[in-house]
Ligand binder design. Structure first.
Ligand SMILES: C[S@@+](CC[C@H](N)C(=O)[O-])C[C@H]1O[C@@H](n2cnc3c(N)ncnc32)[C@H](O)[C@@H]1O
Length: 210
């Protein structure tokens, strides 16, 4: 899908109250599961206008807000300027195509982006490679749905079975994987649950016998 769709949506993205409430619920779950501190470097992948980035920014050292839509990134930059926010930077980055960022993170979050990425499982694998040892990955997305959530042609995945994402994250040598349905989006007289899965990358232990 082209970035044009999100470029066009960007200016009015934050006007949707359900979207803001959903991001609040995702942030609450992440903050309740992971002890963030002012040393944390965070990557918000598929950040959109940075709704989640701005909710986490005063709990962390720095936030790298990454997306492929220049329209969305322009909104992030506008909010950084308007709020005089010093620790968020907006970066155009596609982990499925670009060379890896030359830094690692204590926490990588991604909210509602994976269902737009064809090879979402490879994207998650590559995100996990950008974690420091002991770092956390938090993926929030739609639970598998019948295709009625979006208009035709907008997405490549009709949500995910949370168990499939959890299994994949476990396969990436995450020490603990915790997940929960954190929100229900009301739409089209239906309810669409949203999960959030957090996994902690294993620490590298020094070998005492070497
Ligand atoms: C549904 S929006 C979610 C935005 C934001 N995380 C939020 O919760 O408000 C999906 C976002 O993923 C971005 N996106 C789509 N494909 C991407 C990719 N391959 N890499 C990074 N971002 C991508 C889109 O540009 C869009 O901003």
């Amino acid at each position: 899908m082209s970035n044009e769709y999100f470029d066009k949506q960007a200016a009015a993205w934050d006007d949707n109250p359900v979207r803001r409430e959903l991001t609040g619920a995702i942030a609450a779950f992440i903050l309740g599961t992971i002890s963030l501190n002012k040393q944390f470097s965070v990557l918000d992948y598929g950040c959109g206008t940075g709704l989640l980035s701005f909710l986490l920014s005063d709990k962390a050292a720095s936030i790298c807000a990454a997306d492929v839509s220049d329209g969305m990134l322009a909104q992030v930059r506008k909010k950084i300027t308007d709020g005089n926010v010093k620790n968020i930077e907006a970066v155009n980055f596609d982990i499925t195509k670009d060379k890896p960022l030359n830094r690692t993170f204590d926490l990588i979050v991604s909210a509602m982006a994976m269902h737009h990425i064809a090879d979402a499982f490879t994207a998650i694998t590559k995100l996990a490679q950008l974690l420091k040892p002991g770092g956390w990955l938090a993926i929030a997305d739609l639970c598998a749905e019948d295709g009625s959530f979006h208009e035709k042609g907008v997405v490549v995945h009709n949500g995910f079975e949370p168990e499939d994402i959890a299994k994949h994250i476990k396969s990436l040598k995450m020490a603990s994987v915790i997940y929960k349905n954190v929100f229900e989006i009301p739409k089209n007289k239906k309810i669409y649950p949203v999960f959030c899965i957090c996994g902690k990358k294993k620490q590298i232990r020094p070998c005492n016998s070497c």
